[in-house]
Design a protein around this ligand. Structure first.
Ligand code: GLV
Ligand code: MN
Ligand code: MN
Length: 398
């Protein structure tokens, strides 16, 4: 499975993946999922939001145990973030069959669409829609950098954007969702364990900062006469770092758009996207308020107008204690699996409000993620599959 996926959406120069929602690379990933379902004789379906499901047993029986993750990527993402959870899910089904385990509950493997939000700016669109955390109307209007709406992109990929929306009937079939994911830090590595269990996800969000200046000549405009939005933006980046450092939080400007983008011209507008995360919502709100204050003060000084729009927000998630403890117990009593929080967002976090949800993490020896160098050792991935099979067997077969 890994070999088949390896080339899909891989950028030759960077070595990273560019698997954005509703692009040809995404379509290829989806075709791969469908083939995996068929090869195992699993019943395949696409839900109204374009999420893919592969069923072992009767979906309508209810109380299903569902596992999976996503196949899309951030710009130049690694091979593991997302795909490891889907590949491991199919491999765990194979493992259960090899063990001769007899499921008492339906089992399903799922691929949630557009988890990273790399193209349309909002993360976890597939699971948000399904859980009713994003309206169909708002989703259809999301726009990519070329002005293509999500509705048009879906249509172009052969899906019906008029069908999207909350899917309570489908969620009512799910008794438990377990997402396996490569760890995106080194916390697990520091414990010496190959597999851990998630306790919580930090609250996080994305904010768009627009700095409106005045376009002018780089070679003739006196410094005193400038309204340079790049200057205000630069001060805001420094303020973000300082606010995050003081609060023990995280704040990152990882994406900007400069207009018109001439090397010999003062920009007319700089648009920067802030990603900020903290251990609790109060701290996160204070950090973002501090960054916004610094941006506005800088704007007054530089003669630059500043607008701030919150594009998304995901509250703190604490995974269901009963399921989390059950997973930890299923993974061994002699050396209990570590239970760890994470700053990364996941479909599991979105679904946690609707169904009992848990996560398994596989060791990442460098902690690098959302980058081509993301890595997990083959032995650890195999340990992840065994752990997932143990969990599915414990939940669905006993
Ligand atoms: C998802 O990977 C996120 O946390 O940005
Ligand atoms: Mn990710
Ligand atoms: Mn992910």
């Amino acid at each position: 499975m890994w070999r088949e996926l390896a080339a899909v959406g891989r950028h030759a120069a960077s070595g990273g993946y560019r698997r954005y929602a509703w692009t040809p690379a995404d379509t290829d990933c989806r075709a791969w999922f469908r083939e995996q379902a068929a090869a195992r004789g699993l019943a395949y379906e696409t839900d109204r939001n374009g999420n893919q499901w592969a069923w072992l047993g009767d979906p309508s029986a209810g109380d299903a145990v569902v596992t999976g993750s996503h196949l899309d990527s951030v710009p130049d993402g690694g091979a593991f973030d997302g795909p490891l959870g889907v590949v491991s899910a199919f491999a765990a089904v194979d493992e259960l069959r090899a063990r001769g385990a007899q499921p008492r509950r339906p089992l399903a493997v799922v691929n949630f669409g557009d988890e990273e939000g790399a193209r349309f700016g909002l993360a976890c669109v597939g699971s948000r829609l399904t859980a009713g955390r994003l309206t169909a109307e708002d989703a259809r209007q999301l726009c990519d950098a070329d002005g293509v709406t999500l509705a048009r992109a879906m249509e172009h990929a052969g899906y019906d954007p008029d069908a999207i929306g909350a899917d309570p009937e489908r969620l009512a079939r799910v008794g438990a969702f377990v997402e396996l994911h490569v760890e995106q830090g080194r916390a697990l590595d520091l414990t010496g364990h190959p597999v851990g269990v998630a306790s919580a996800i930090w609250p996080h969000g994305r904010w768009r900062f627009d700095f409106h200046g005045e376009a002018n000549h780089a070679g003739t405009t006196r410094l005193a006469d400038r309204h340079d939005p790049m200057l205000t933006y630069a001060g805001t980046v420094l303020a973000a770092r300082e606010q995050a450092r003081l609060a023990g939080a995280l704040a990152t400007f990882g994406k900007i758009a400069v207009e018109p983008g001439g090397v010999n011209a003062i920009a007319s507008r700089v648009r920067g996207w802030l990603d900020s995360r903290a251990a609790d919502e109060e701290t996160l709100a204070a950090v973002v308020a501090g960054i916004e204050r610094a941006a506005r003060e800088g704007g007054l000084r530089d003669g630059v107008a500043v607008d701030v729009v919150r594009e998304s927000f995901t509250p703190e998630v604490e995974f269901a204690h009963a399921l989390r403890d059950r997973l930890a117990a299923l993974l061994g009593t002699d050396a209990p699996a570590p239970v760890l929080p994470t700053g990364a967002g996941h479909d599991a976090g979105i679904l946690a409000t609707a169904v009992p949800t848990a996560m398994l993490f596989v060791r990442n020896p460098t902690g690098v993620s959302h980058a081509p160098a993301e890595f997990a050792a083959e032995d650890d991935c195999a340990a992840g599959v065994t752990a997932l099979a143990d969990v599915l067997e414990g939940l669905a077969c006993r």
